[in-house]
Design a protein. Sequence first.
Length: 277
Amino acid sequence: MKPFRNNLYEKLLVQCKPQLTLVLMMTLFLLAACNSENDTTAPEENSEPNTTETSPENTESTKPTNDETSTSFETPQQCNTIKFEKDALINGGELAHCMMETMLAAKTGSQFAQTSTESSNVDFKFDPQYSMYVENEDMSIIIHENTGWLKQEGQWIEEDDTSEDMDVILATNTIKLTRVFSHPYMITQYLAAVSQWKVIDFGEVPDNKAFVKTAWQLVPEGPVNLEGMTLSDVELWITDEYLGAYYVSTGNIAGISETTSNTFTQWGEPITIPEPF
């Protein structure tokens, strides 16, 4: 068992170094978001999606209809006050709440997450609790509600807070970080930390892996400076149905810089979260 432990330890240190840097950045961002005057409370994941019917004037778009973004669920009423048009300013807290409710209504999603050093495919669903499957070339992680497993070198390790085994401790910490920072709710917290977002225009999404080719481009109104951390080159691409298509930002803290992007490849389609064994 010891050779595996040493190998796992060394690999996790190498693989998680950029993630740990990013985690530090995200943690500072979240602390600022929690203190923001535009405070948003995370919806209960086991609540039923809001299906209140909206009037036509609240859902019409200022651009030509795009059939590729049609959805099988109704727009949550939390989105009624948000309208996309060029140069419009949108409240960050309202946008965050709207997008989270839309994710819950979609029930499933998939994204391609990328940093400067690695990329991962992520499938997730709210059924009604959050579960997910993350896979990259080095490891796989499965999370079913409050239980998780990590696969390294063909071996599954179950999350266990009580274990004193180094393999399990390392795997448990990695699973916990993944559970938090892979959750779509994280992106909504970034949105809420910005007082206003400016709509640039409707155009082509930067990543062709996105589930739509075109969407609305939003950027923060003003610089993002949070407790010694700055975010630059921040962009959010969102559809008329308030579904995220693409998000990218570069975090800078203590001389360390990391660019992270999230490309959403589908919403609302059937997915399967595999069993670990």
